[in-house]
Design a protein around this ligand. Sequence first.
Ligand code: G6P
Length: 360
Amino acid sequence: TDTEKGTYDHFMLKEIDEQPFVIRKIIQEYQDENDNIKLDPAVRQAMMRSDRIYIIAAGTSYNAGLVGKQFIEKIADIPVEVHIASEFSYNMPLLSKKPLFIFISQSGETADSRSVLVRIKDLGHPALTITNVPGSTLSREADYTLRLHAGPEIAVASTKAYTAQIAVLFILAVDIAQAKKLNLDFDPLQELGIVSSVMESLTDQKEEYEKIAKEFFTDTRNAFFIGRGVDYFVVQEAALKLKEISYIQAEGFAGGELKHGTIALIEEGTPVIAISTQENVNYSIRGNVQEVAARGAKTCILSIKGLEQDSDTVVLPHVHELLTPLISVVPMQLLAYYAALHRDCDVDKPRNLAKSVTVE
Ligand code: G6P
């Protein structure tokens, strides 16, 4: 069952492996009998009425929100701001005339997010919660809910909820684009189907990631992940995963920002992992890798078919350019998992962390 480990040593690995099935489940749940997207019409209307979307979340859900912003702006043509829940209340931005709030929360119980929800409801603004737990506080108190259908997530470090959140945000953006009669040059659910198959091929190659994790993370105090564009958002999640369960001090940086400070930290042997899935930054991120390699960093590039070079450590199969976070994050999750394993850390229950933080 969903709440038992079965043959797995850890829930985290089980949940990583479940991702292709979760994506397929999401396709099913959000598909009508004509293979078109099916979404609560009330959610669509709320999105259409809004002049600006405010995404509020914490932790991994915040990282998913960063990717979601890209979808809603690029596909649905609505401006989006993404805010850390615990910061929003103390530093409320100037709101647009017709804001819509989207709360992204695996558990639906995060107190920091709830306090924002209470504030904006007082102000009379509409709210949509995207959650894995339909009866949760954030779901009950918001006007609308979209479900993740990821099944129970037990490991403290979130994996399948992150990819489920991204997939649902993609479907939401596409639905709005279709309602607005914007021209889409791809079949969204078919593209998600391709993602699901690619995810499966990645989770079948665990030894490869175990090897890289061993080589890069067995005895290091720190690690850097770099990317540009949407890859920058994925490296932030990659660093969070590694920090949470292996206790390695890890940071995700925008490739171009390294030279403005962080490059000072690069020493002989410092691990730097780069992701390159976007054509427009493929050249420049590789330049950033050369800069750190020249200062002694131990580097590794994960690229995608079509943008690869011979020296790349991993080449991911091709998926739609907007959907690359769904596949580039999988190796990152596996790297974090094996790093924690090799460092004898408690993978499913890392120190000082809780699955759901219900205090502010
Ligand atoms: C906690 C968990 C994180 C999670 C964050 C937000 O800090 O340890 O893994 O990303 O809460 O949780 P939520 O349930 O709101 O997505």
